[in-house]
Design a protein around this ligand. Structure first.
Ligand SMILES: *Cc1c(COP(=O)(O)O)cnc(C)c1O
Length: 370
């Protein structure tokens, strides 16, 4: 064994990579662990991809549009509120956009702030840059800690809203109070906003320090195509463009995202269906079973399993997770922190998948009585 890590920068040698949710390769799993859309993308996406590839793939010889210009224009038009292409930057997934934000705004001297729990990629991106993090922990109520964000001294604060893994949304009124008291850049990661009642896009016109980050991975059923974007003041977009890879979004991804944005009716139907399934699943968990679940504005549910003795806690959550896993149902379990260790995060699947989940949880509870 050789040890080449001494050649790396010290902070890189110590790095812990982000842990993505499991992506099983064998068939037969009910996959409720990474908040993907249970339905396929608009049929226009596959058509657009075939058109882009053509008979022989000849177009792939050529580099893609370096700025994803047609897509930026379409995104601006999609959101309205006076946004233009100059208010938009597109990335290879929103993870790319989040990385650009950390690259442009965060160092050892200029901390990146975020809450716990929230999206666990933020601290990894900060560590890659050898930057400094300022972490603000929620308590069980998961209410926005406004004063602590204001006092955080972060240069950029990353707020997931609706939050992950809790599903709890923050209101525009709350975001405006943060913007009034926190002097840095407020990045609102709206990966799940299409499932929520409200979003921060209307605030952009009057708040130049606000950045709204979106992804096409969840509501648009395009996790595999890797497109995300940010909406912000033109000067912020210009700064992010300086640290972006020149060809960060490939030809096929640009074509797929454009086609998806063009089929608003299809996605309105899919999103309504997912929300209805979610609301029925929450009733099953909370009313029928008496489990606690946070009010979800997303396509997942964060719930605290209860065993037949009425007990909750990390051991109960782990037992439920293991039982589901043994029955080929994959959900997400975050054992490393007291605020999350008693909970499971369950992505909203199809109605059939949610029935399989409910039946399997019933079996789990019966097994305990035996
Ligand atoms: C899924 C997710 C992302 C990542 O989106 P990609 O566009 O697939 O990179 C970003 N933020 C949050 C909060 C997410 O849940």
């Amino acid at each position: 064994m050789s040890d080449l890590s001494f050649l790396a920068l010290p902070h890189v040698a110590k790095l812990h990579a982000y842990t993505p949710g499991l992506q099983p390769t064998e068939p037969g799993w009910v996959k409720l662990n990474t908040n993907e859309c249970p339905y396929g993308p608009s049929p226009r996406v596959a058509e657009a991809l075939r058109r882009e590839i053509g008979e022989d793939g000849a177009s792939l010889r050529l580099y893609p549009n370096p700025k994803s210009s047609p897509l930026r224009a379409a995104i601006a038009q999609h959101h309205g509120h006076g946004l233009t292409a100059e208010n938009v930057i597109v990335g290879n997934g929103s993870d790319d956009i989040l990385n650009l934000l950390v690259r442009a705004f965060c160092t050892r001297e200029a901390a990146a702030g975020f809450t716990f729990p929230s999206y666990s990629l933020y601290p990894v991106l900060v560590e890659i840059q050898d930057g400094q993090s300022s972490v603000i922990a929620f308590d069980r109520a998961m209410k926005l800690p406004l004063e602590r964000i204001a006092a955080s001294k972060a240069r950029a604060f990353f707020l997931t809203s609706p939050n992950a893994p809790t599903g709890v949304a923050f209101t525009n009124a709350e975001l405006e109070r943060v913007l009034a008291s926190f002097p840095g850049l407020l990045v609102v990661d709206e990966a799940y906003a299409p499932f929520a009642k409200e979003n921060a896009v209307p605030l952009l016109a009057s708040h130049p320090r606000l950045v709204v980050v979106r992804t096409m991975s969840k509501a648009y059923a395009l996790a595999g195509i890797r497109v995300g974007y940010a909406l912000a003041h033109t000067e912020i977009i210009d700064l992010l463009d300086r640290v972006r890879d020149s060809y960060n979004v490939n030809r096929l991804s640009q074509a797929a995202a454009l086609a998806a944005l063009g089929d608003a009716d299809y996605y309105a139907t899919v999103i309504a269906k997912i929300k209805a399934t979610r609301d029925r699943a929450i009733v099953d968990l909370t009313i029928r079973r008496g489990w606690f679940a946070y009010d979800s504005s997303t396509n997942f549910i964060f719930t605290e399993p209860k065993n037949t003795l009425g007990e909750t806690g990390p051991a109960v959550a782990k037992a439920a997770y293991d039982f589901l896993c043994a029955h080929k149902i994959l959900v997400r379990y975050f054992p490393s922190h007291a605020l999350t260790a008693s909970f499971l995060r369950i992505s909203v699947g199809t109605d059939d998948e949610m029935l399989v989940l409910a039946d399997t949880l019933d079996t789990w509870l019966k097994t305990q009585n035996a």
